[in-house]
Ligand binder design. Structure first.
Ligand code: CA
Ligand code: CU
Length: 323
């Protein structure tokens, strides 16, 4: 009966009118979605007023000829403006997201994750990186296994979050992960071909500017930078854009798939990374990075991790487009 009534109503209109009505509806819906998105973005930007900084649009030389081969070729990249979190997403921020959404991280789903263990603990070791151990009960709340906790560590970066977890957080916050190009551009702080986020001096004024590993990794360690392992965010000077910890402390997820040869074929404008890949890019190095090993704290250094992997020295920060 209802169906007949609808058909009758439609038949009452001319074909053109029906089409126009449908078109209007589609346009209306699209406008509504756009408006909602804009509102979300505006809200995220204003909420984050003191938590994000504007990274101005510009062109820079991405990569380095002084690092590992995949850091080259140095190539010109032009980016639109964006806002970036001044610090890595903290445990307090991640906890708020979990509280509001009931989100369960991948490590919590699997029931295990990886821990740094250059000792003789028995268990499943990661091939080619024997100091990584699969440990049951490792999660963002218990980052080194049962008995560990993040109590009192509200202002430490959230770790043991997979790429998928990081994207879920970003969606919730109305933000997104930075592209690899955005990350490097922001980390360089407006400087040209600098080694570190603040310039070329490893220790300006003989003062540590990042939380890394002092000694020969992984055998000897004498943490003169003040932190044996993870540090709270923002304990070292910010770079010229006002970004903290773009070198050291924890690795940061980017949105790009990792492509070893990508720099040779990268588009100039707003590159998004290869279309497909096995692992996602991580940047910035961590408290485990040492001069004798990966030198991961160099601003052009590239690293990669499987999307479902959480690690005790890997976190993230977010961005929002500014246009
Ligand atoms: Ca350290
Ligand atoms: Cu490293």
């Amino acid at each position: 009966m209802r169906f007949i009534a609808i058909v009758f109503t439609l038949a009452g209109l001319t074909g053109c009118q029906v089409e126009d009505t449908i078109k209007d509806k589609v346009v209306e819906e699209k406008l509504k979605i756009l408006e909602e998105r804009e509102a979300m973005k505006a809200q995220a930007v204003s909420q984050a007023n003191d938590g994000m900084v504007l990274i101005p649009a510009g062109t820079f030389s991405m990569g380095s000829a002084k690092g590992f081969p995949h850091e080259g070729p140095v190539h010109e990249v032009t980016l639109d403006a964006f806002y970036m979190d001044t610090h890595e997403v903290t445990n307090a921020e991640f906890a708020k997201f979990v509280e509001e959404t009931g989100y369960v991280t991948e490590a919590e789903t699997w029931g295990w994750s990886l821990d740094f263990a250059p000792d003789d603990r028995q268990g499943m070791r990661v091939p080619n990186a024997a100091w990584w151990l699969k440990v049951d009960g490792v999660t963002w709340k218990t980052p080194t296994g049962p008995g560990s906790s993040i109590e009192g560590m509200e202002d430490y970066p959230a770790v043991q979050v997979s790429w998928t977890d990081a994207v879920a957080y970003a969606d919730w916050a109305g933000k997104r992960l930075p592209t690899e190009a955005e990350w490097e551009y922001a980390a360089r702080g407006g400087l040209e071909q600098n080694e570190f986020p603040w310039g070329n001096d490893f220790k300006p004024g003989k003062k540590h500017h990042m939380n890394i590993w002092q000694g020969r990794f992984p055998e000897t360690h004498s943490p003169t930078d003040g932190y044996e392992a993870i540090a709270p965010v923002g304990r070292y000077p910010a770079n010229p854009y006002g970004l903290y910890d773009m070198a050291g402390n924890v690795w940061e997820w980017c949105s790009d798939w990792y492509g070893e040869q990508y720099y040779a074929e990268s588009p100039t404008k707003n590159p998004q990374g290869p279309e497909l890949g096995d692992e996602k890019v991580t940047r910035g190095g961590s408290y485990l990075c040492a001069g004798n090993y990966c030198v991961g704290y160099r601003v052009s250094h590239r690293n990669k991790t499987a999307t479902d992997s959480g690690l005790p020295h890997s976190g993230f920060r977010c961005v929002i487009g500014a246009d």
